[in-house]
Design a protein around this ligand. Structure first.
Ligand code: HEM
Length: 168
């Protein structure tokens, strides 16, 4: 049965290391983003104006990249972190020109396959972000189950007091 992991070709008898389990340090992601923008800058002889995105695109730290957004889109939406869904993020979609997003950086030169793989593997290696539910996001609402009692625990309705009984 296959383990589903890609294995590095090795001489016979050598230890086989699974490539997919190697964590990607953020320094490699930063280097990839710097290189992508560096080539764009070199080709045009000017720095890009990333403020055109009506958002905040930065990658100096993991937090900056994780909080980056453009035109109201998270570059790395929380629900796509750490669960193998990196290719669905806006960041990977714009870098590869897939999924209906314009390819970035605008006009190229574009990210290499190796740079995309580094960023993709880093996103897939992030801690998964738990899905929020109504019970945890709205403290004013008690979970429905806790406000219900089983019918058996309530017992039969006692007879009304004689003073309240009247014939209809
Ligand atoms: C949701 C993600 C993104 C969208 C929808 C998007 C869309 C756009 C659009 C529409 C423009 C043209 C704006 C104009 O000229 O008025 C633009 C420019 C540009 N974008 Fe993006 N972008 C995204 C993410 C990124 C990322 C992650 C990078 C960096 C790798 C990037 C790099 C650039 C550059 C270098 C320009 C040209 C800026 C200039 O001329 O100074 N974009 N983008």
């Amino acid at each position: 049965m296959s383990s589903g992991l890609a294995l590095a070709p090795t001489p016979q008898g050598a230890r086989v290391e699974p490539i997919a389990s190697q964590p990607v340090p953020f320094s490699e992601v930063k280097a990839a983003m710097d290189a992508i923008i560096g080539r764009w800058t070199a080709q045009r002889g000017r720095e890009p104006d990333l403020d055109v995105h009506f958002g905040d695109i930065r990658w100096g730290t993991p937090e900056q990249l994780l909080n980056s957004n453009a035109f109201g889109y998270d570059l790395i939406a929380p629900e796509l972190r750490g669960n193998g869904r990196a290719d669905e993020t806006s960041l990977i979609r714009v870098l590869t020109g897939t999924g209906g997003m314009p390819r970035m950086p605008l006009g190229g030169p574009y990210a290499t396959d190796q740079e995309v793989a580094t960023i993709r593997n880093w996103i897939n290696g992030l801690p998964p972000t738990p899905r929020k539910s109504a019970a945890t996001t709205e403290p004013g609402l008690a979970p429905l189950a806790s406000s219900l009692r089983p019918v058996a625990a309530v017992g039969p309705m006692p007879p009304a007091p004689a003073s309240h009984r009247r014939l209809v």
